[in-house]
Write a protein that binds this ligand. Structure first.
Ligand SMILES: *Cc1c(COP(=O)(O)O)cnc(C)c1O
Length: 424
């Protein structure tokens, strides 16, 4: 089926007389007739449900829908985007390993990598996403296990040259993991450009209504773990904690990575989404293409308005002709560059804060990418743990205002912005 149809139907086909919507299976556990039946599930000899920490029918149906939308081989849902980022990397990297990461990433991702996972013994090298190929190549080490970047970086709004990053990753025998939160598969499908694994904070556009936190990981099934078996022993040699199963042997190239993340990491960390939250995500995805189209057209109009306003110092939106990422946007995001626009208010940090206080329709929220317009000053919120040099490397200037353009009538949004700018 085509993309818009999959948004509505992929992952769940009701049988005769069954509920037309994905049922919410609000149960921790599942009943079996014999211990032998259950034992087969624990041995991964049969597939079925036994405990919602590992798998739940509602979550699985929604994961299968997202898997279809990204064009992947397997997918899983998690309780948050942070959990998805952590699992995606930790599934293939452990103490003593190294990961190459674009410096333009979400503040929470930066902290998870540079502080928390570093404490777990994993080293990260952050590279400018616009760096030359040889500079990117120079960041790799013999113990590098993955490359990580964001399709559209939050909040820097840089567009990742996915092909460049994929080529570098593959030349060094490791997968490229792309956080596709801002683009969603409605605007970009990173697997088409060589990415191997996609992560999401589904809390943003995929849910779309700021209703439920969630995360997801989708595997393309394209990365040949066995061809680089020495780098990925966790996938290619027996797992003693799971009855000696070898994931690539038993679940194949398309199933090994997600199965390991579910039966090993989800078992041990328990970052499981509530069935209700998974259901909300599935419902949100039904209207994804319609919403993304409107987010994109509204954002472009707002960006054009801001660009022509005397009190606005600069505007960053890859859909604007002349933007530094316009060409990469045209290539990777031909349908639009999402609803997030960033800009600087003339007068710097203090002026930006006065501008935000003057908004009436747009609310100040530590959220982004949902139906209602909201606005944030990253330097005093999501990125406040960074010093000025780290802020600059992440593409966040002290005057940067991140505006998440919602689905309101664009004329109302522009009027609100105009009033607030007048009062600066
Ligand atoms: C919000 C966000 C995350 C973290 O997701 P949570 O659901 O808030 O845990 C990760 N990556 C990007 C790009 C995000 O915008």
């Amino acid at each position: 089926m085509r993309f818009d149809t999959d948004c509505l139907h992929a992952g769940y086909r009701p049988g005769n007389g069954e509920p037309r919507n994905i049922p919410i299976v609000q149960s921790t556990t599942f009943r079996y007739e014999t211990s032998e039946d259950m034992g087969k599930l624990f041995d991964l000899e049969a597939s079925g449900y036994f405990y919602t920490r590992l798998q739940n029918p509602t979550s699985d149906a929604v994961a299968a829908r997202l898997c279809a939308l990204e064009g992947g081989s397997a997918a899983m849902l998690l309780s948050s985007g942070q959990a998805a980022t952590f699992f995606a990397v930790f599934n293939i990297a452990s103490a003593g390993d190294h990961v190459v990461c674009s410096s333009a990433v979400y503040g929470g991702t930066y902290n998870l990598f540079a502080v928390t996972m570093k404490r777990m013994g994993i080293d990260f090298t952050f590279v400018d996403p616009d760096c030359a190929v040889d500079e990117l190549d120079a960041a790799f080490r013999p113990n590098t296990k993955a490359v990580f970047g964001e399709t559209i970086a939050n909040p820097a709004l840089t567009v990742l040259d996915i092909e460049k990053f994929a080529k570098a990753a593959h030349a060094h025998g490791v997968p490229l993991i792309v956080d596709n939160t801002f683009a969603t598969p409605a605007l970009c499908r990173p697997f088409q450009w060589g990415a191997d694994i996609v992560t999401h904070s589904t809390s943003k556009y995929l849910d779309g209504h700021a209703a439920a936190l969630g995360g997801a990981i989708v595997d393309s099934g394209n990365f040949d773990w066995d061809a680089h078996g020495d780098k990925f022993p966790g996938l290619t040699t027996p797992d003693d904690s799971y009855h000696g199963v070898t994931y690539t042997k038993k679940f194949g190239q398309g199933g090994a990575y997600i199965t390991k993340a579910v039966v090993q990491l989800m078992r041990d960390f328990g970052s499981t989404p509530a069935p209700m939250n998974a259901w909300l995500l599935g419902m949100g995805m039904e209207t994804l293409p319609l919403r993304m189209e409107r987010h994109c057209s509204n954002a472009l109009r707002v960006a054009q308005y801001l660009q022509g306003h005397g009190k606005v110092a600069w505007v960053r939106y890859a859909g604007l002709p002349g933007d530094r990422y316009f060409d990469l946007g045209r290539k990777y995001l031909p349908k639009g560059c999402c609803g997030v626009v960033s800009f600087g208010v003339e007068g710097g940090r203090a002026a930006a804060e006065r501008f935000m206080a003057g908004l009436e329709l747009a609310s100040i929220a530590t959220h982004v990418a949902d139906a209602k317009t909201c606005v944030l000053h990253p330097a005093s919120a999501t990125h406040r743990q960074m010093n000025d040099a780290e802020l600059a490397a992440a593409g966040v200037s002290p005057d940067l205002v991140r505006l998440s353009v919602g689905l309101e009538d664009p004329d109302d949004l522009i009027a609100d912005l105009g009033h607030a700018l007048e009062r600066v």
